[in-house]
Design a protein around this ligand. Sequence first.
Ligand code: NAX
Length: 332
Amino acid sequence: MSSRVKVVVTGAAGQIAYSLIPRLVDGNTFGDKIVDLCLVEIPQVVSKLEGLVMELEDSYFPNMGEVTYTDNFEEASNNADWFLLVGSIPRGIVYEGKKIEERSDLLKINGGIFVKQGEAIGKNGKNDAKILVVGNPANTNALIGKNSAGKESQLWMAMTMLDSSRAKSVISKKTGTNIKDVKNMIIWGNHSPTMYPDVENVLIDGELGKDVIDDMKWVEDHFLPTVQQRGKAVIDSRGASSATSAAKAALDTIIACENTTKEGNSFSAAVASDGAYGVPEGLICGYPLITLSDGSVEIKRDISMSEFAKKKFQISIDELESEREAVKHLLK
Ligand code: NAX
């Protein structure tokens, strides 16, 4: 295995990236590998990255390799092992004279960005590159990127780890269990309020959630809405979206992919469906994943779902299908 890893981060001057980037080189995420960073921003703000690079240099990170920054994604993508696609145009800003408020506008604008980035990754990224899309709408951005890249050996994921960590935290409080003993927290579907956090298959101190939590009213009235609406609750309080927790979730996704998954556990991310669990092929859907000892990442296929869970999951699958329909002109 190579002792160097090249990581490309877009949206590098944004708030998630400010928490994320230093921790890519702190020796935890990639172990003792030397990490080369290539930071990408749009032309209007790329010069801000000079200051971030200064800070990285001043922080004494023994595992930090070469650090570069650019507004040229195509150039950045050359020979990269990991792509953290955090950059996207957020809801609420004025873009080309129009205030972006509708999810459909967001899909259109960010979709265009992900066509170009996907093409560059397919052409220039390593054959076994892993791509984590954080920028929203993450699943559909990943769908567009993967489709444009056209390289099956590369792994495209959309981030649902933050949703999974949020769900673990709620379960840990409810049951009085230490959070490290809450495992296998699956997020089914879309990274949106339709996601279904699986309260039945979560392992709480080794026991299945369905055997520990015998309170469907709490699940319906508290657990699901709390997890599904947590992003909004953070925005309402902070006046800005989740940043440090989103950065931690991106790091946790990398760590989960870089290390063999322990027996009985899984981690959450959305990947392309091959029909698993009845999801239409090609949709980038939240699944339970495992990393095998050869480094490959697979969907865990032995999870059983109740009728209640299947019904909730279907709502999210339907949303993913309607998003795919909305961007079909961007798909080859
Ligand atoms: P910020 O607005 O602070 O930063 C985004 C940065 O991306 C900006 O600096 C912008 O210039 C840059 N950017 C835009 N287009 C770009 C492009 N084509 N190439 C390179 N850079 C580009 O947002 P931040 O709070 O960091 O959030 C980033 C994204 O993460 C948003 O789309 C947000 O919705 C999404 N989130 C996703 C989460 C998830 O769990 N999947 C949770 C947190 C977060 O809400």
